[in-house]
Design a protein around this ligand. Structure first.
Ligand code: G3P
Ligand code: MG
Length: 248
């Protein structure tokens, strides 16, 4: 993975959530067409313990149906329309399995797989995710991130070589101390709390900084100038243009 000051990695959030229905095939295809470095997506588990790629714990917002992801079987969840909420032209997009998703994104340099494990807890989701990653031989490219840091710790116990990323919203003091303690590869802070001394402090201690939640052009530019290692955004096409203009 090429992570350096000279190359701020642009990572599409839920594929390219600003351009297409999030976490769907069309979203990952659009991210790919943007020529960006990577994608981020969210993993949960169905009633019959299949890994699926969806952000919310319930299916309401993107399918207009009622129910929690954990209460659908894979066959049931596959019948839902996950594209029409975004635009009628994307009606019929399905909720993808992790396997289908990895097949679509395997050629990106960075694959950021976020495990959703709270407030709905999915027992043994860590083992299941690692099993699939190994089947695809993507151990080197994947960064597993989560807001549940017990999940990240468990991932390192099962597979010490897989990179983990610590997601957080709060203004952590000297985050590199904590992040190194749980042997994570990267900090994934919400953009609003990111300051130059945090970026420098992390990088000095070998922690990469991948910022999420940023869609405003001026803020994207500010973060690029700060020298963050990656930016996760709903509009990866725009972010790439800003980066390329600044770095060339
Ligand atoms: O991984 C970055 C970002 O996706 C974390 O927040 O809620 O969009 O999954 P969320
Ligand atoms: Mg996410």
């Amino acid at each position: 993975m090429n992570v350096s000051k000279e190359h701020v990695n642009i990572i599409g959030h839920r594929g390219a959530a600003g351009l297409a229905p999030e976490n769907t095939q069309i979203s990952f295809e659009m991210a790919s067409q943007s020529g960006i470095d990577g994608v981020e997506f969210d993993v949960q588990m169905t009633k019959d313990k299949k890994l699926v790629v969806i952000h919310d714990h319930d299916v309401k917002r993107i399918t207009k149906e009622d129910g929690l992801v954990k209460d659908f079987t894979l066959t049931e969840i596959k019948k839902l329309d996950a594209g029409g909420y975004f635009s009628p032209e994307y009606k019929g997009q399905q909720i993808l399995t992790l396997e289908e998703t990895l097949d679509l994104v395997k050629d990106f340099n960075i694959i950021n797989l976020e495990i959703k494990n709270g407030p709905v807890i999915y027992p043994e989701i860590e083992e299941k995710v690692i099993y699939v990653i190994k089947q695809f031989k993507l151990e080197d490219k994947i960064i597993i991130s989560s807001f549940n840091h017990y999940t990240l710790n468990k991932i390192k116990q099962i597979e010490p070589d897989i990179k983990t990323g610590v997601l957080y919203m709060a203004g952590l003091y000297q985050p590199w101390e904590y992040i190194n303690k749980i042997k994570a590869w990267s900090a994934h802070p919400y953009f609003a709390g990111v300051r130059p001394e945090i970026v420098r402090g992390c990088q000095k201690k070998g922690v990469n900084v991948i910022v999420f939640g940023v869609n405003d052009d001026h803020v994207i530019e500010k973060l690029i100038k700060m020298g963050v290692d990656g930016i996760i955004t709903d509009f990866p096409d725009r972010a790439k243009d800003i980066r390329d203009k600044y770095l060339n």
